[in-house]
Design a protein around this ligand. Structure first.
Ligand code: HEM
Length: 424
């Protein structure tokens, strides 16, 4: 096999030899087979090509991903280091996802990142899990009231997508009436269509108003707790952090709900739970984090200097994409994939769904996401116990993305019931 090499500074179009295009339907129809082939042909670190011929490394080995995420000095999440900025056009389609340097928790590195984490994490930690659960139950009931009389629904559009935004709006301290407009702005942003720019502007306006109102009148909410932290932050920094928290939390939590409900509706092992059994909700959710995780690939890390990783030469400023889903399936840690090796049981949480190390999803954010996903699924199954797919399982379609794994829709039917909050 020839060693792939990337030329980072060719002056013009980047040159990638033997690189695997990081696009195409197999990333969403058949990722496990695809990663198995990549592992066989390229090993744990794969030279890949992004749209426009942009080169990157995709880390698909569990050990190598652990190595990269455990070494924030050598591999910081510092997009400013990228050696490809000269080749990136303003309208490059992945730019919104890769991001650019800005003073927020998500796009800073080193000491500056830690300064943001020290303000954001403790504010998240003080959220009362019981109160959060109550809020989730109430908002899940409200959404279910909107469709339970119909006997059918699309659980993605009617439930899994709006619910996390409405709850995030509560957590942050928005008045309830702002929830639907915030949900619209988030969806417009995530869809990346004609409304994306308007969604971005609206999202910023909401955050700006919220910050001003909490500065004037603090309350029992996340924004007020962030403001109470003694560190000094500008309004822009607070607003960018609030945007990062909401954007980082929204889609993965929606997809965690959608992918878990899909598993429960399509896999016989979970059929018993549909009658109201609860133990299996947690099992399905954990299995999804291993096998069908919302964040499949994450951009990323950037090499601080020339180095080697597995059998590859990494140059300073190269982008490393974290292959979270691929690493979860690495036969080195999965006994059923390599007989005789030390097993990692999917019942535990040694998966990479929330990444690892300095820049991982903050622990309190993971707990918040868990409460939102588990409560919403439990309420759904309690309210609509005979819920079933309205289309054959093989007709369910994944979003066409190599990066974020979720359903485009999840059509279900059930016996129509009355709304609990009023008439159906
Ligand atoms: C309420 C829900 C959530 C919130 C508020 C949230 C918030 C965040 C924040 C603020 C970060 C940036 C952390 C940092 O820079 O230090 C982050 C990173 C991340 N989150 Fe979450 N998150 C949520 C749910 C989820 C879910 C459900 C998943 C996937 C199952 C997920 C996966 C990740 C990943 C993979 C990263 C990147 C970590 C890295 O770069 O290594 N998050 N999240």
């Amino acid at each position: 096999m020839t060693m792939p090499s990337m030329s980072a500074d060719t002056g013009g179009c980047p040159v990638v030899h033997g690189a695997v295009p990081l696009s195409g339907p197999r990333f969403h129809t058949d990722p496990h087979h695809l990663y198995r082939e990549m592992r066989r042909d390229h090993g744990p670190v794969v030279a890949v090509e992004l749209p426009g011929g942009v080169p990157a490394w995709l880390i698909i080995g569990y050990r190598e991903l652990h190595q990269v995420t455990s070494d924030p000095e050598l591999f910081p999440r510092d997009v400013a280091l990228w050696n490809q900025w000269g080749n990136i056009a303003e309208d490059w389609p992945l730019l919104p996802m890769v991001g650019r340097p800005m003073p927020s928790i998500y796009f800073t590195a080193g000491a500056e990142h830690r300064r943001h984490v020290d303000m954001v994490e403790p504010a998240m930690e003080t959220l009362d899990p019981f109160e959060l659960r109550r809020d989730c139950e109430e908002l899940a009931d409200r959404l279910i009231d909107g469709f339970c009389g119909r006997g059918e629904a699309d659980l993605v559009a009617d439930f899994a997508v709006p619910l996390p935004v409405l709850i995030m709006a509560r957590i942050l301290g928005f008045p309830d009436e702002d929830g639907p407009d915030l949900a619209w702005a988030m969806k417009a942003l995530a869809d990346g269509g004609v409304d994306a720019q308007a969604g971005y502007v609206r999202f910023g306006e909401h955050m700006r108003r919220l910050l001003a109102s909490k500065k004037a009148r603090p309350g029992n909410d996340l924004v007020s707790r962030m403001l109470a932290h003694p560190g000094r932050f500008t309004d822009e920094e607070y607003i960018l952090d609030l945007q990062a928290i909401t954007a980082a939390g929204h889609l993965p939590t929606s997809d965690w709900i959608g992918n878990s409900v899909r598993l429960m509706l399509t896999d016989e092992r979970f059929a018993a739970a549909l009658g109201g059994g609860r133990r299996s909700v947690g099992e399905a959710m954990n299995e999804v984090l291993w096998e069908d995780t919302p964040t499949q690939i994450l951009a990323g890390r950037w090499a601080a200097r020339d180095t080697r990783l597995a059998d590859k030469v990494i140059r300073a400023g190269d982008m490393l994409l974290l292959g979270l889903a691929a690493a979860n399936a690495d036969p080195h840690v999965r006994q059923h994939l390599t007989p005789g090796s030390e097993p990692v049981n999917t019942g535990n949480s040694a998966h990479f769904a929330f990444s690892y190390g300095e820049y991982r999803c903050p622990f309190p954010a993971q707990q918040i996401a868990e409460i939102i996903a588990r409560t919403s699924i439990e309420v759904l199954l309690d309210r609509l116990p005979d819920i079933d797919l309205a289309v054959p399982a093989q007709n369910l379609v994944r979003r066409p993305s190599a990066f974020l794994r979720g359903m485009t829709s999840l059509p279900v039917r059930f016996t129509a019931v009355r709304a609990v909050g009023g008439t159906p």
